[in-house]
Design a protein around this ligand. Structure first.
Ligand SMILES: *[C@@H]1O[C@H](CO)[C@@H](O)[C@H](O)[C@H]1NC(C)=O
Length: 536
């Protein structure tokens, strides 16, 4: 029967496809990405008039007018809620008409602080006739609630704004939801970083992992060691991040509830450091003579640790977050092996010919430096692989391999009682033809062998955008909306978001929202947005 006619076969396939599309159509497209833990909406619809719309502080709220985080969020979200309306929030006179108030109350006055690893992002949002109320423990939770509210508002064909009666109770599944940008392989202008922070807030990401320096360039302008950037950046004036640039990034992140986590990766990935800090890198030997090339940081010299103590003292005062990323990945031993002074140091220390012991010794010293500065260290998984005895509060960052490999690693590290952060499945600098967001969406971070206690040690996940082939020209479309797939995985309930086909129309809709907000997010597949990107 299968062979009776080709026309019949294709007609059948066509029918199956249209059935799938029909089934998707039956599910309502909820207008919020990432999906809240609980969202109940009704067909009761309220029209919003931008000239009679106000964000107000609840009478019982611990934060009141003057709260920098919320005052500035009200301005931003007014424009996001009413994208066609040209006056800014607060520029309006009192207009006639019944006002719609969004009343915000928080339990803590953390308006001038920074979000941290323990900050609650929980919020409840109730939209009903004539008003909405948003309650959160912290201002950071209130920010997440404002984002959700902004995504609930929609326009009809005539441009009028509406919101439906809705109840939302929401909190993140994982505390740590990060994006890594690499500003060493290509320099990213500050405005590109700020724009990324804007887009991160739309997907409720809360950590910007700033892989600020690496082999190719050292753009961080240090107060203590200015030569690092004047000799190690691609250009000493135009391709650097000054102290005021860094402060802008930190402040822009803070106002969006985003932590800024700097990474100063060593002892490998440090070629550019050597230009401005002679004596820091290991001279490689060819036979009995220095070859003129340099390898990783020289772990055998006391001057190395004095320099690192100075650098991290500065870094820990510039970046307010309590975490610092110390790298520790991909150390090539061949240069250390070639150097007679390093080999002599190995003998003196009783390391024999085991260079992993030397590397462990180095990392332990660096971790001790940051601990003495009251910072928690994050290191790439390599450090655990050769040194299981690093301080227990260090977070291991898993970046290697396919699921079978990273599940094994998750299992092994959490069994040792250490916290982990998963990046391996979200290396989105890798691109391919088709809908690879589906792969990022269907990751199951906790699907490894381990007890409930072990699973609690997974603090979250990270999307990595390494910079070999990425600069300001293509960063945004390569990041969005692909990173948003991971954002939902890290924020939302796993069971409610287990169907990738149901996610598809919602993500398409969210991508159109990103375009509307000026984020040049690439398309997922064939289709159109009501408001196409205007190319500006
Ligand atoms: C909002 O209300 C309108 C009008 O009743 C209805 O068509 C639409 O499905 C509702 N949306 C949601 C998400 O409930």
């Amino acid at each position: 029967m299968f062979a009776d006619s080709s026309g019949r076969c294709c007609f059948l396939i066509f029918n199956v496809l249209s059935l799938i599309i029909l089934q998707e159509g039956l599910h309502t497209v909820e207008g919020v990405w990432p999906l809240p833990q609980s969202l109940i909406s009704s067909p009761e619809q309220y029209r919003l008039n931008p000239q009679a719309f106000y964000f107000r502080y609840g009478r019982q709220s611990a934060a009141q007018p003057g709260c920098s985080v919320l005052d500035s969020a009200f301005k931003r979200y007014f424009s996001l809620v009413f994208p066609d309306f040209t006056s800014g929030y607060g520029d309006l006179g009192n207009s006639a008409g019944k006002p719609f108030n969004v009343e915000i109350s928080v339990d803590q006055d953390d308006c001038e602080g920074y979000p941290n690893e323990n900050s609650s992002e929980r919020y409840n949002l109730t939209v009903s006739s004539g008003n909405a109320s948003l309650n959160a423990e912290t201002v950071w939770g209130a920010l997440r609630g404002l984002e959700t509210f902004s995504q609930l508002v929609y326009q009809d064909d005539f441009g009028s704004y509406f919101v439906n009666k809705t109840e939302v109770e929401d909190f993140p599944r994982f505390q740590f939801r990060a994006i890594l940008l690499d500003t060493s392989r290509h320099y990213l202008p500050v405005r590109t970083i700020l724009k990324t922070l804007d887009a991160m807030a739309y997907s409720k990401f809360n950590v910007f992992h700033w892989h600020i320096v690496d082999d190719p360039s050292f753009p961080y302008q240090s107060r203590t060691f200015p030569d690092l950037s004047s000799k190690g950046a691609f250009h000493p004036m135009t391709h650097i991040y000054t102290q005021s640039d860094v402060r802008r990034v930190i402040s822009h992140g803070r106002l969006r509830g985003i932590r800024i986590l700097p990474e100063f990766d060593s002892p490998g990935h440090t070629k550019s450091w050597g230009n401005g800090q002679p004596g820091l890198l290991t001279p490689c030997y060819s036979g009995s003579k220095p070859s003129g090339t340099f390898g990783p940081v020289n772990p055998a010299l006391p001057s190395t640790y004095e320099f690192m103590a100075g650098l991290f003292k500065e870094v820990s005062s510039v970046f307010p977050d309590s975490y610092i990323h110390l790298g520790g990945d991909e150390v090539n031993f061949s240069c250390w092996k070639s150097n007679p002074d390093v080999r002599a140091f190995m003998l003196k220390m009783g390391f024999g010919a085991d260079f992993t012991k030397l590397e462990a010794y180095y990392m332990e010293n660096i971790v001790n430096i940051t601990s003495s500065l009251n910072k928690t260290s994050i290191v790439w998984q390599d450090v655990f692989d050769y040194h299981e005895k690093i301080p227990k509060d260090t977070v291991l960052h898993i970046w290697k391999g396919l699921p079978a490999q990273y599940y094994k690693e998750l299992s092994r590290i959490t069994k040792a009682g250490m916290r982990v952060l998963l990046a391996a499945p979200w290396y989105i600098n890798h691109i391919s033809y088709g809908q690879d967001w589906r792969t990022y969406y269907t990751v199951q971070p906790l699907n490894f062998n381990g007890t409930e206690e072990q699973k609690k040690l997974v603090i979250g996940g990270e999307v990595c955008m390494w910079g070999e082939y990425v600069d300001a020209t293509n960063l945004t479309p390569r990041l969005w909306p692909r990173a948003s797939a991971a954002a939902e995985r890290l924020w939302s309930d796993e069971k409610q978001t287990s169907n990738v086909n149901m996610a598809f129309p919602r993500l398409q809709d969210f991508r159109c929202k990103l375009l509307r907000r000026g984020i040049q997010a690439e398309p997922l597949f064939v289709g159109h947005c009501k408001h196409e990107y205007q190319g500006i």
